[in-house]
Design a protein around this ligand. Structure first.
Ligand code: ASP
Length: 333
């Protein structure tokens, strides 16, 4: 049987970093990334083609970089059985989510991974993560995932949770797709390989704002956001998405934004929470003022979806439809 062909796209992160001799801080180093090129033993199981796309701390990742990665995958799509992306953990969830919206109807896996300790340091978790990511890319799975610390997580459901080896990413509102190890187990609810026609829909409008409420939040912040030309706003409300509607009421601002054709999406601040604007008056009034609920999407998935939606249409009713629709398993309907 021929070995599966896997394309390895290197984008940076701790996995490819070295410690600066001057400051001791971790910074990207091309030579470190090159270690992966000759990654040992794995070539016995699969044919790995290494491609260096960028080597940056993922805090520097911009939406145009997401598009660059998706474009590469789109170009090479037919040549490989799966893709692996090495990426920093800080914004991995955003990139995974963005890829899931741009590359719809995948028939093969796109697996993201990285490490907390650089690959060239003795106790690195990078080796384990890389091996498992490469093996995951050969399995019967067909979506954008994060394979990290022996778990497979749907990328657009993930959240960076911790900087310990145990649970770097978690998936607050959706079960893991698989567990890696002895044995490796894939769960039924994952998307499986089958013939599908890939649709490539790149591009994001970054002119949005994400605001987090706190008691005493000045509603004028929303005016300033609108003055600065925001084309969409995500607000993390309290509990299931509640907004103050007495003193410092947010409601007139939601009305104003909505009247100006600027969609307002309400997310929540809870660890595992689901936005539900029907539970309390404080949510209901916001919905009546025109706010859209993020439902069980993470804030990350909501923000990226809004940017993606605004690049396709500026019509508020269309934006609402996109936000409320399941594009790549990011929302439960
Ligand atoms: N700052 C690093 C990055 O996101 C963190 C990591 O890779 O774990 O690029």
């Amino acid at each position: 049987m021929s070995r599966p062909k896997i394309c390895f796209l290197f984008c940076g992160g701790t996995i490819g970093m070295v410690r600066s001799t001057q400051t001791g801080a971790l910074q990207p180093a091309t030579e470190a990334a090159e270690i992966i090129r000759d990654f040992p033993q794995i070539q016995r199981h699969l044919q790995l083609d290494f491609k260096m796309l960028m080597n940056i701390d993922s805090s520097n990742m911009q939406p145009r970089n997401w598009t660059e990665i998706a474009t590469k995958i789109h170009q090479l799509y037919d040549k490989y059985d799966g893709f692996v992306i090495a990426h920093g953990t800080d914004t991995m969830v955003y990139t995974a989510t963005a890829l899931s919206y741009m590359l719809q109807n995948l028939s093969k896996p796109v697996i993201m991974t990285g490490s907390l300790i650089p690959l060239n340091e003795l106790a690195s978790d990078g080796r384990n993560n890389l091996i498992y990511a490469c093996l995951t890319a050969t399995l019967d799975i067909a979506e954008v995932c994060i394979a990290f610390a022996n778990k497979i997580i749907r990328g657009n459901r993930a959240k960076k949770f911790h900087e310990s080896f145990i649970e770097v990413f978690n998936s607050p509102n959706y079960p893991y797709l698989g567990e890696l190890g002895r044995p490796t187990t894939l769960f039924e609810w994952r998307k499986k390989r089958r013939k599908r026609v890939l649709t490539f829909q790149p591009g994001f409008d970054t002119k949005i704002s994400l605001l987090k409420l706190f008691p005493g939040f000045d509603p004028e912040i929303i005016d300033r956001t609108l003055d600065r030309g925001a084309r969409g706003i995500v607000i993390e409300g309290f509990g299931p998405g509640n907004m103050p509607f007495l003193e410092n009421s947010i409601i007139p601002k939601i009305e104003k934004a909505t009247e100006n054709g600027v969609p307002v999406i309400i997310a929540n601040q809870m660890e595992r929470g689901i936005t539900n604007l029907n539970v309390y008056e404080a949510g209901f009034i916001a919905a009546r003022a025109g706010a859209i609920s993020s439902h069980d999407m993470t804030t990350e998935a909501t923000v990226v979806k809004l940017m993606w939606a605004l690049n396709r249409t500026r019509r508020p009713s269309e934006i609402r439809k996109i936000i409320e629709k399941d594009i790549a398993g990011e929302i439960s309907l």
